[in-house]
Design a protein around this ligand. Structure first.
Ligand code: A3D
Length: 320
């Protein structure tokens, strides 16, 4: 049986971690692409030499030539620039729109059947640019953000309740930015909703509010500590979970940036919602009921994403 082929566009901090995780999980052979001369080949060789020690069977190659991604089953895109301290994700739009456009044109040419996961920020708009440029069905182009934002929420909750991270489920919806919507009502410890845990005295509403805010600021907290670059281990792990669900037809229910066609009252926009990922890509967009406050937060987040789409349109490279 032929192995799957996973192309990683951008061989920086997240790209390298994606390659390691994909190899360790033996999801397929990995091709690392970057515009920096020789660097992806160096990273791939280093990772290939990890194979005998870690015991993984995967071929890893690095390249500056898009032709090497030919026929990829999954493409994960991190090409572009990350944030520096004091920058918002939206400040990256000028550089990253052009980068994602070029990347999309090459994915269309060399990997026309791929499932594409975008990580480059500002996420919700970059995934829209990717879909537009490739012309792929929206089911095959998704953005990674919700899995990461939810993982941050889950960690902070597990620490608060002193329980295993495995027993905390959480949902963060909306755009990947300051207006993201951590959904307290739909987040649980082993099925017990957070509002019940407040009633049970496990935490207070004030402490829960602070955790919600820390989740919203989760990316900035790491940018400030790292001083150069942004988070990369958890973003990579999150995208690999999505890729694995596609490649193994796991039908995981994960929050991802998906193209809405009327769901949640939104039409023609990529925004973070729960979806099922299986062999056909996004197989279902799950519409959960939002109360008035949650809906207001979600709508605010949607407006922020729409405003960024207008910025891209104004730049004249792609019309969303
Ligand atoms: P970094 O380590 O700088 O890697 C980016 C790589 O892209 C570098 O190696 C560049 O050489 C390469 N690159 C630049 N231009 C091109 C091009 N035209 N074609 C191909 N490769 C190119 O950054 P990183 O890996 O830390 O982050 C990558 C992106 O992910 C940034 O935009 C981050 O903001 C974003 N990010 C998103 C999340 C989400 O949750 C959505 C989380 C963390 C980072």
């Amino acid at each position: 049986m032929a192995r799957n082929k996973i192309a990683l566009i951008g061989a920086g901090q997240i790209g390298g971690t994606l390659a390691l995780l994909a190899a360790q999980k033996e999801l397929g052979d990995v091709v690392l692409f970057d515009v920096v001369e020789d660097m992806p080949a160096g990273k791939a060789l280093d990772l290939a030499q990890t194979g005998p020690v870690e015991g993984y069977n995967a071929t890893l190659t690095g390249t500056n030539d898009y032709a090497a991604i030919e026929g990829a089953d999954v493409v994960i895109v991190t090409a572009g620039v990350p944030r520096k301290p004091g920058m918002s994700r939206d400040d990256l739009i000028g550089i990253n729109t052009g980068v994602v456009k070029t990347v999309g044109e090459n994915i269309k040419k060399y990997a026309p059947n791929a499932f594409v996961i975008v990580i480059t920020n500002p996420l919700d708009v970059m995934v829209a640019v990717m879909q537009k440029v490739t012309g792929f069905k929206p089911e095959r182009v998704v953005g990674m953000a919700g899995v990461l934002d939810s993982a941050r929420f889950r960690l902070f909750l597990a620490e608060e309740f002193k329980v295993s991270v495995e027993d905390v489920t959480a949902f963060v919806l909306g755009g990947h930015g300051d207006t993201m919507v951590p959904l307290v009502r739909y987040s649980t410890v082993a099925g017990i909703p957070l509002p019940d845990l407040v009633k049970m005295g496990w935490t207070t509403q004030e402490r829960l509010d602070a955790i919600v805010q820390r989740t919203r600021d989760g990316g900035a907290e790491i940018v400030k500590l790292l001083k150069t670059g942004s988070a990369f281990y958890a973003p990579a792990a999150s995208a690999i979970q999505m890729a694995e669900s596609y490649l193994k037809d796991q039908r995981r229910l994960l929050p991802c940036a998906a193209y809405l066609t009327g769901q949640y009252g939104v039409n023609g926009l990529y925004v973070g919602v729960p979806v099922i990922i299986g062999r056909n890509g996004v197989e279902k967009i799950v519409e959960i009921e939002l109360d008035a406050d949650e809906k207001a937060m979600f709508d605010k987040s949607v407006s922020a994403v729409r405003a960024l789409c207008q910025v891209v349109n104004g730049m004249g490279q792609v019309q969303l």
